[in-house]
Design a binder for this molecule. Structure first.
Ligand code: ZN
Length: 676
């Protein structure tokens, strides 16, 4: 999912920030892939062994351990905005122990005034809605289980019980569980037969209808995940996404004959019915969710792309009036397919569908499902505002960091959203140019890295990346930290270990953990392993901590060594003192570039462990400037305007400008924070 920036206002903020000349153009990124020379690190552990192996062989099906097999037969009533369906779920008990209790998600029940989801939205806001917004009955959504039977055990509808693993809200009905009369033995299959009825909400939180457009997501009873020795089946929260096991889906969808449909997986048949409807059958394997969309007004633009795993069919379902974005979507999508294929590994599915929501249904945009993503644009979108591009690139990235590397989005949101925000930056920069990839209008520019950093700066110290998604201070903090901070942490890491090592680490992580449910430790251990050194000192502060990184040049001073002697006695020697201060609680090794009046420079290293350091140089020249992080690799540094100082006269001028720019930068990030 992508936090939605209301583009007109966001553009304003960007324009204002860009026109300051500094705030967004903070860093001209070096193109060199050379790893930064490291100062002594706070904890120097022995280097780790390089990665033993990379699974690079060809993929053969099944790609995943298929725990679930869903067969669903669904009929849409476009007038009532309802779906009636039957579901057969075969579940393979691979837990190694007998199971007699099964929890299920009923996500659509979140769209009710007393649900945990809506309570949190009301209190703290969310992606699509500001906090404290009133209840609109059109946003009512519900999923009702009409019957629940288990093969060989009979009708257990009466055994269904709503449970609340995360809070005490008795009115939340997003998770139910059923206790079976007898357990399912290890390695056995159990078959559930469920009849259910959906009431779709008017589009909110990526789901629902708008006129005759339908985005049908999180719409069927979905079993929890047995993970780390227990059921993992969280309630639906304002800031949470999803978690599910891999398996197969065989879904029949009945809609009016004139509707155009897009869905996860491949369409295998179309049958015209006598009552003016048609039934489409979709199949997907090695995926962990199924969503679909339908509208009589979609224009299905077909295309294809060939990568290292073969041909990929592209369906772009365009809404009326948005035709001018078609080529932009396709360029971004193919660019992302190529970048990921080249950098991280193959895209193994044979299809990808992009849904362009119609005017008025933008809340359905910017969301990911396996092989199906939703985009977002408008008819007026200028070329220089790359909103259509960044949404497609972000959501496509989730095919890797969510659909294939299927982390627990409830508990480890940074592993999908954050890693994805980082790779979004890499693709945006590769396709549209670092420094102006996001915004390039009338000479004013902003890159995606700068945007991520601004987002991070709006809430720099509220929560660690590792916080469960629903436990963040509020939805702004969730957005700033999960997306912006993770991207900024990984950009800084890239500055430490080098672009190529970073790419190799992500590639190794992807190839090793695709089609599984890895954890944060799996990710960080992979980085340590590929980098060949232990970076836990960094992760402890940047990932598990809320430390603020901020260094400043406090003063420059130059005085004659023999200051008591009168001037004019030959070439004087100067004692040059540079005072550098660690303002934040984040300990990080830094480099300081010190320039003298003969034009020569010296790079000084500091491990940053003490609160300050004084560098001293005795030479015939006087110091004129000092700059922390001269190659602009430490994206986490909160305040870059105190990173450099020049001797008196210039220093004063820079100081005033810095205050002005800092004000604008803070104003712009505040603006983005309100909007996200
Ligand atoms: Zn996302």
């Amino acid at each position: 999912m992508r936090f939605r920036y209301l583009m007109p206002l966001a553009s304003l903020a960007l324009v204002a920030a860009a026109s300051s000349g500094h705030a967004l153009k903070r860093q001209a990124r070096p193109v060199s892939a050379k790893p930064a020379q490291q100062a002594a690190e706070p904890s120097q552990n022995a280097p780790l062994t390089p990665p033993s192996q990379e699974t690079t062989g060809p993929l053969t099906r099944p790609y995943s351990t298929r725990v679930v097999a869903y067969q669903i037969d669904a009929r849409l009533d476009p007038k009532k905005k309802t779906i009636d369906a039957t579901e057969t779920l075969r579940y393979h008990n691979l837990t190694g122990q007998p199971l007699d209790t099964f929890p299920f998600h009923l996500y659509l029940n979140a769209f009710q005034p007393q649900s945990t989801f809506m309570t949190e939205v009301h209190q703290m806001g969310t992606r699509g809605t500001g906090s404290d917004s009133g209840w609109n009955p059109k946003h009512y959504g519900a999923m009702t289980v009409r019957s629940f039977t288990v093969e060989g055990m009979g009708d257990l509808t009466g055994q269904m019980q709503f449970v609340h693993p995360d809070d005490q809200n008795a009115n939340d009905r997003t998770v139910f569980q059923v206790k079976l009369p007898q357990p399912v033995a290890p390695n056995d299959w159990v078959t559930f037969q469920i009849a259910f009825h959906d009431q779709l909400p008017q589009v909110m939180e990526r789901t629902g209808y708008r006129r005759n457009f339908f985005m049908v997501a999180q719409w069927f009873p979905k079993v929890g995940v047995w993970w780390h020795g227990a059921w993992n089946c969280h309630q639906f929260h304002a800031n949470t996404e999803f978690f599910a096991d891999f398996g197969t889906y065989d879904v029949r969808i009945t809609v009016p004959s004139n509707y155009v449909v897009g869905a996860v997986g491949d369409k295998v048949s179309t049958v015209q019915n006598l009552d003016g409807t048609k039934t489409l059958t979709y199949q997907a394997a090695d995926v962990h969710d199924f969503a679909w969309t339908a509208s009589p007004r979609f224009h299905d633009v077909e295309d294809s792309w060939t990568g290292s795993a073969g041909l990929v069919h592209i369906h772009l379902l365009m809404s009326p009036g948005n035709g001018s974005s078609t080529a932009r979507y396709l360029h971004a999508l193919k660019g992302a397919l190529a970048y990921f294929d080249r950098s991280y590994g193959p895209y193994p599915y044979d299809t990808i569908t992009v849904v362009d929501p119609p005017n008025g249904a933008i809340d359905a945009g910017g969301m990911e499902y396996p092989t199906l993503i939703t985009a977002g644009t408008s008819w007026w979108m200028p070329k220089g505002i790359r909103e259509p591009e960044v949404v497609v690139i972000h959501e496509f990235g989730h095919q890797y960091w969510y659909a294939m590397v299927a982390t627990n989005e409830f508990e480890d949101a940074w592993l999908d959203e954050g890693i994805n925000s980082y790779s979004e930056v890499k693709v945006m920069d590769a396709l549209y140019g670092a420094g102006h990839s996001m915004f390039d209008l009338h000479g004013m520019t902003a890159g995606d890295s700068e945007t991520q950093r601004l987002s991070y700066l709006s809430r720099p110290d509220t929560d660690p990346l590792t916080r469960f998604a629903w436990q963040y201070m509020n939805s702004q903090a969730y957005g700033a930290v999960t997306y912006g901070k993770t991207a900024t942490v990984l950009l800084t890491l890239e500055g430490m270990i080098g672009q190529q090592t970073m790419k190799r680490a992500l590639r190794t992580y992807f190839l090793r953990y695709r089609f599984t449910h890895p954890t944060g430790a799996d990710f960080l251990n992979t980085i340590n392993e590929v980098a060949g050194r232990n970076l836990d000192w960094y992760f402890d502060q940047a990932v598990s901590g809320t430390n603020i990184l901020d260094y400043e040049v406090l003063s420059l001073r130059s005085s004659r060594v023999k200051w008591w002697e009168s001037r004019g006695k030959g070439q004087p020697l100067y004692d040059n003192l540079v005072l550098v201060h660690r303002k934040g609680d984040f300990v990080f090794p830094i480099r300081v570039r010190i320039r003298f009046d003969d034009g020569k420079t010296v790079d000084a290293q500091w491990d940053g462990r003490d609160r300050w350091i004084r560098f001293s140089y005795v030479r015939p020249d006087r110091v004129v400037s000092a700059e922390i992080d001269p190659e602009h690799k430490v994206w986490l540094d909160r305040d870059v305007f105190n990173n450099s100082r020049t001797t008196d006269f210039q220093g004063l001028a820079t100081g005033k400008l810095a205050v002005y720019c800092q004000f604008l930068e803070q104003w712009a990030s505040q603006m983005l924070a309100w909007l996200s």
